[in-house]
Write a protein of this length. Structure first.
Length: 182
């Protein structure tokens, strides 16, 4: 059984990601201080609770923190380049229980794999279908429900990885004002 988390828009910084049938809802917003906040809906209290905050500045390194923590941590401590290939865009992080996850880009998909990169023929456990068409709904398809305990960190790392992918796309195509809104 798989689930689909549907994005209400193509914006990374002003969006709601949800799967109503499973009661999952995340809200991503950027405040006037340029801090991106990721909130998760709690069905018991019917309130949105902050799970992560991000700073994604143009000229310095990305940083994150959990709400209530004073110290901002470098994103590279959480989301690291995977493998030894310096040209690779693959990024790895560890979820709950210490399991390694990897974000990779393939054709028009962003894929999430679990386990080490040396695993024989790993299958993606989640993927994101994206489009150049503004306003088209996209979704993060989750094939392995065992990742749900790690969903907060998966959403956080997805936002950072997808921002990086969009930035590379804009640089390659020389289109600073892309239809892919941030």
């Amino acid at each position: 059984m798989s689930i689909s988390l549907v994005f209400e828009s193509t914006s990374l910084y002003h969006n709601t990601i949800s799967c109503e049938t499973h009661g999952i809802r995340y809200q991503i917003s950027r405040g006037s201080d340029d801090v991106v906040t990721i909130k998760r809906w709690d069905p018991k209290t019917d309130l949105m609770s902050s799970v992560y905050e991000l700073k994604l500045p143009y000229f310095t390194k990305d940083m994150y923190r959990k709400p209530g923590e004073a110290t901002w941590l470098p994103m590279r401590q959480l989301l690291q380049k995977a493998g030894n290939n310096p040209l690779s865009n693959t990024k790895a992080f560890h979820g709950s229980g210490g399991l390694e996850y990897r974000w990779e880009t393939l054709d028009r998909k962003v894929l999430l794999f679990a386990g080490s990169q040396s695993s024989p023929e790993p299958s993606p456990i989640a993927w994101y279908n994206w489009s150049h068409t503004r306003g088209e709904l996209s979704s993060l398809e989750i094939a392995d429900l065992s990742i749900l305990p790690s969903l907060d960190i998966i959403i956080l790392t997805f936002v950072v990885f997808e921002k990086s992918r969009r930035d590379r796309h804009r640089r390659r195509h020389g289109n600073v004002f892309s239809a892919l809104m941030i």
